[in-house]
Design a protein around this ligand. Structure first.
Ligand code: ATR
Length: 269
């Protein structure tokens, strides 16, 4: 039977994951399938029971609104439950048992793998689910002071404490501190939402501005970074980065990242 994996969510029609995984399967010439499956909350438990009995099923990516509920459906939520508190991937361990994990943290770091963050100050905008994966990754990278800017600063303060990070949680109106990296994890800048309007002038010339929003690809934040000629990372890079980690868990081979430009063009088409 052909190995297969999928992405589940409600809604799911707009997911880019089938395109990404399908592209890599095709480039590698691997026999495998990856599709999008609409699963409602009430059907989640039943979904995992059925899939667990399918030996060709390699796992799934999990998107809104199931990222928390999925932790109750698998025997091994790993360190995900305690730390990031949400999973985006379920795969089979060596004994075939289902394991939940979160590839967003590694996916976030992959486009900035060459950036030495050790001891350096970072600004994170937002304090929701995406911020948790980013802060988890940053804590493991040994970052210095972390400033969280959020509509609700108290949520930011809670995350700093949870991830053992030193820093401040401030409102979105606060003056930006100098930082090696500025990351937007909030919905600001996303199609249909207000733009993230920050004065980037306090950032040094070698700062990196990273927006995990990918619709639109060039957010107002990245436009401001371009005007300052700062290095930029957009949301498609993180999207592809987190998919790459999941692909290897599903299909046992690293994806062919040398084709990233072609993949990007397809994602933007
Ligand atoms: P996700 O899980 O994708 O991170 P989320 O948990 O809903 O989504 O978090 C969304 C982030 O965008 C939060 O930081 C949220 O701010 P609050 O913590 O104050 O809720 C932020 N956000 C959402 N709508 C916003 C708005 N209209 N103005 C400013 N920030 C907003």
């Amino acid at each position: 039977m052909t190995p297969h994996a999928e992405v589940i969510g409600d809604p799911i029609a707009h997911s880019k994951s089938p395109l990404i995984h399908g592209f890599w399967l095709e480039k590698l010439g691997l026999a495998g399938e990856y599709r999008a499956t609409h699963v409602k909350g009430d059907d989640l438990a039943d979904f995992f029971v059925r899939r667990a009995h399918d030996p060709a099923w390699r796992g799934c990516n999990v998107t809104v609104p199931h990222k928390l509920a999925v932790l109750d459906q698998v025997p091994d939520p790993g360190d995900v439950r305690g730390m990031i508190g949400a999973a985006n991937t379920v795969f089979r361990g060596e004994d075939g048992a289902l394991i939940a994990t979160n590839t967003d943290a590694a996916g976030f770091l992959s486009p900035i793998a060459d950036l030495d963050l050790n001891g350096r100050p970072v600004v994170v905008v937002g304090a929701g689910g995406a911020a948790r994966a980013v802060l988890f990754a940053l804590a493991r990278s040994g970052v210095g002071k972390v400033t969280i800017l959020n509509r609700t600063p108290l949520k930011g303060a809670g995350l700093l404490a949870q991830f053992g990070l030193k820093g401040d949680a401030l409102p979105l109106t606060a003056k930006l501190p100098a930082a090696a990296l500025l990351v937007n994890t909030s919905v600001l800048g996303m199609t249909g939402h207000d733009p993230l309007d920050l004065d980037l002038s306090p950032l040094p010339d070698d700062a990196v501005v990273y927006d995990i929003v990918y619709a639109p690809l060039e957010t107002p934040l990245l436009r401001a970074a371009r005007a300052r000629e700062l290095e930029m990372v957009d949301g498609l890079e993180m999207l592809v980065g987190q998919a790459a980690v999941a692909f290897e868990l599903f299909f046992g081979a690293p994806p062919p990242r040398e084709h990233d430009e072609e993949l990007r063009a397809r994602l933007l088409a």
